[in-house]
Design a protein around this ligand. Structure first.
Ligand SMILES: [Zn+2]
Length: 181
């Protein structure tokens, strides 16, 4: 794959044509540098300007962006990957959402005013309960990843990661064998 393709299509970390095995290998490589906890997964390796750094596709990248791309697919041009937990060392994919630079600034301003962190995030975040219900609903059949994604306001890739146990490993519910999303 031509890594410059990312720039040409306006997508960053364009991983969507990569085989699932490659994605899993890179995911495992990334996971060697985190402490997995029920909440935030703190980065234990190199930081730069307070953000985790990771060599990926031949370049140094911000690790939480790499995590986002591996789990959810490429990051559209001009979008930033934001933390719902306000912990810049965290790369837990469940704490990462796409946003704009303007959202980031608005967040900082609202925190500056009321000193409140995270709680009032207007970004939907799945709960453990929802994850179990997504797995049960999918295992029961008759519904697509896309439909479940629309119901819960997340991408099809996020649902795929949930039903295969790729994300939310610590939560129960029936897992589905991995297959093409
Ligand atoms: Zn976090």
């Amino acid at each position: 794959m031509d890594v410059r393709k990312g720039c040409e299509t306006g997508m960053e970390l364009d991983v969507q044509d990569m085989p699932q095995e490659w994605i899993e290998k890179e995911y495992n490589r990334l996971m060697k540098h985190v402490v997995v906890q029920p909440e935030c997964w703190d980065w234990t390796a190199t930081l730069s300007n307070g953000y985790p750094r990771f060599r990926f596709m031949g370049r140094m990248q911000v690790a939480h962006r790499v995590m986002y791309a591996l789990v959810n697919g490429p990051i559209p041009e001009g979008m930033v990957v934001r933390h719902t937990c306000d912990n810049s060392r965290c790369i837990n994919p469940e704490h990462l959402v796409l946003g704009t630079q303007r959202d980031n600034i608005a967040d900082r301003e609202s925190r500056g005013r009321n000193g409140n962190v995270g709680e009032k995030s207007r970004w939907a975040r799945l709960t453990a309960e929802e994850v179990v219900s997504i797995r049960e609903r999918y295992a029961a059949g008759g519904i697509t990843l896309k439909e479940l994604g629309l119901m819960h306001g997340v991408s099809q890739n996020t649902i795929h990661a949930i039903v295969t146990g790729f994300s939310w490993k610590h939560v129960g519910g029936p897992l589905t064998r991995r297959r093409a999303a």
